[in-house]
Design a binder for this molecule. Structure first.
Ligand code: CP3
Length: 362
């Protein structure tokens, strides 16, 4: 499959006029409350575990048939209002030649951490050709999904940088923050380069027809507002600016970002995801009127007995209504971060049913 230029696909992009998810993103009144879950595909589903058994994660991400099937599994099971492409934020690094593996139970691990100017200069440039299986999977999914929209995604430059600098998952992102403080120009060069990977990964998915994109800056909440504004926001702004020609709605999300939400709303995304710590009313005030909100049930609550889960779901919906009254342009129900692996999938289906059965807020 060749990578189709933006102009031709913008014209031919399918229009899902009745999609509650796309209506909410566009600030229109949806026919029902839209809901999907971060990490809705994956380990909570027995059918996923069966398919992945003995298969490497990154190889799975580059097998269009498997990507298609895994992406569809939660849509079939839960009747969520959107599918999210099954992939990973490190896929564009892998396909461009960066030494990275996903270790089961750990996450992405980098062969040679990137910590100096020379390390950064030695990084390859993004190679869209290597991402052809991803474009192919998106194309097949669009055909299979019918009226259900497909969300594409990428990791934001800071979150990618954290994996490259630390060499793997990290709790405190200390080496990354130390590099940012000690060598701001080196750090800027790294984020500049990683933004190119983010943009390239998103463009392959957009050219193949995804209906919305989410940019995950999962770990950016570790920064102060001042550091976020100075060292991160300009790069994220470039990401959203470079994909704006596609005319596709963008969502921006990170964990522990209560103090950053106002600044994240300057990224170019029209919808901001909040984790469970920040009430949606607070998020609405932080981002200001005219932005959509996504979130924010604590994923841990899916492990609670059903009455507690239902009460929390209703509380989030009431918060969302109050956020709309404060000027938020729409609400997409989601978790405050990804589905935990030990989650009973029945709890997810129950949340979808409950959300769909509540009247749409004003
Ligand atoms: O969770 C997030 O914050 C979203 C952003 C993100 C993704 N991958 C997107 C993703 C991040 C931070 C990663 C890195 C990563 N990759 C981790 C986290 C490690 C850490 O630092 O704590 C892990 C464990 C992986 C490996 C990985 N990615 C696995 C094993 C899977 C399969 C599904 C599962 O959860 O077991 C993934 C899939 C994945 N990564 C998706 C996304 C958006 C799948 C699509 C979906 O959301 O359903």
């Amino acid at each position: 499959m060749s990578v189709v230029p933006a102009e031709s696909t913008a014209a031919s992009r399918r229009q899902l006029l009745d999609s509650p998810f796309l209506a909410a993103l566009a600030g229109k009144r949806p026919s029902r409350r839209p809901v999907w879950f971060m990490r809705q595909a994956g380990r909570s589903l027995p059918e996923y575990r069966a398919l992945r058994a003995g298969r490497d994660m990154l190889e799975t991400c580059l097998d269009p048939e498997l990507v298609c099937e895994i992406t569809l599994q939660p849509v079939r099971r839960h009747s969520v209002d959107a599918a999210i492409l099954f992939s990973d934020i490190v896929v564009p690094l892998k396909t461009s030649g960066v030494g990275v593996v996903i270790k089961p139970g750990v996450g992405p691990v980098i062969d040679a951490p990137v910590r100096t100017r020379a390390d950064i200069d030695a990084l390859p440039s993004p190679s869209p050709e290597g991402l052809e299986p991803v474009g192919e999977a998106v194309g097949s999914l669009i055909a299979e999904l019918g009226q259900t929209p497909l969300i594409g995604f990428a990791g934001a430059p800071f979150t990618l940088a954290s994996y490259l600098v630390e060499g793997g998952p990290s709790k405190h992102h200390a080496t990354t923050k130390a590099l940012m403080a000690a060598e701001p120009e080196t750090f800027a060069a790294l984020l500049e380069k990683l933004a190119d990977f983010t943009i390239s990964f998103l463009k392959v998915q957009l050219a193949a027809g995804v209906d919305a994109v989410q940019v995950f800056d999962s770990w950016v909440g570790a920064l102060t507002l001042a550091d976020y504004r100075r060292h991160v926001l300009p790069h994220t702004q470039r990401v959203f600016a470079e994909i704006s020609e596609f005319g596709v709605p963008g969502i921006h999300f990170g964990v522990n970002t209560g103090h950053l939400l106002g600044a994240m709303a300057e990224s170019g995304a029209r919808v901001i995801g909040a984790d469970w710590r920040t009430p949606l009313t607070e998020a609405a005030k932080a981002v200001g009127p005219g932005f959509g909100l996504q979130g924010n049930l604590d994923p841990a609550l899916l492990l609670a007995p059903r009455p507690a889960l239902e009460a929390e779901t209703r509380r989030v919906l009431a918060e969302a209504d109050a956020a709309l009254a404060l000027g938020a342009s729409g609400h997409v129900f989601n978790l405050g971060h990804g589905v935990l692996p030990e989650t009973d999938p029945g709890a997810l289906t129950a949340v979808v049913d409950l959300v769909h059965n509540q009247p749409v807020g004003e």
